[in-house]
Design a protein around this ligand. Structure first.
Ligand SMILES: [Mg+2]
Length: 131
């Protein structure tokens, strides 16, 4: 199962281009989903260069330091074989900006962020039911 996962507001608090505080449960659930066979695609507006510095590299370094294994970044390798669409193919998209995404407001956070207590188990169920 391919999972596109956003970064700011989903894995860390919105402090772009800085790395915000960890969103509660995000790393734990991403690692668990990966262990269950999910292929994680970081799907983010972050990029390197320009006024934001190395915002994408900083995010990748953060995920590596947390032990989150990514399948790809802002692409699903191989989809060019069957589509020329720029939309990244995935079975599920986890993004704080997605309509209907459960959100929480941790104290001190800049904005609401993904509620992994709800999202994690729901996506895990999707992974397990597709085996
Ligand atoms: Mg976001």
């Amino acid at each position: 199962m391919f999972i596109c996962v956003d970064f700011d507001g989903t894995i860390v608090d919105h402090r772009y281009p800085e790395i915000g505080q960890p969103v509660p449960g995000a790393v734990k659930w991403l690692k668990l989903l990966h262990r269950q066979g999910a292929r994680l695609i970081l799907f983010t507006m972050r990029s390197d260069g320009g006024v934001a510095g190395n915002a994408l590299t900083d995010a990748l370094d953060y995920l590596r330091s947390e032990g989150v294994a990514l399948f790809a970044v802002n692409e699903n390798p191989g989809q060019q074989e069957w589509t020329s669409s720029p939309k990244v193919y995935a079975d599920v998209y986890i993004d704080d900006s997605a309509f209907g995404c459960p959100l929480i407001r941790p104290t001190g956070f800049a904005r609401p962020c993904v509620d992994w207590n709800e999202v994690g188990p729901a996506v895990e169920h999707m992974c397990l039911s597709r085996r």
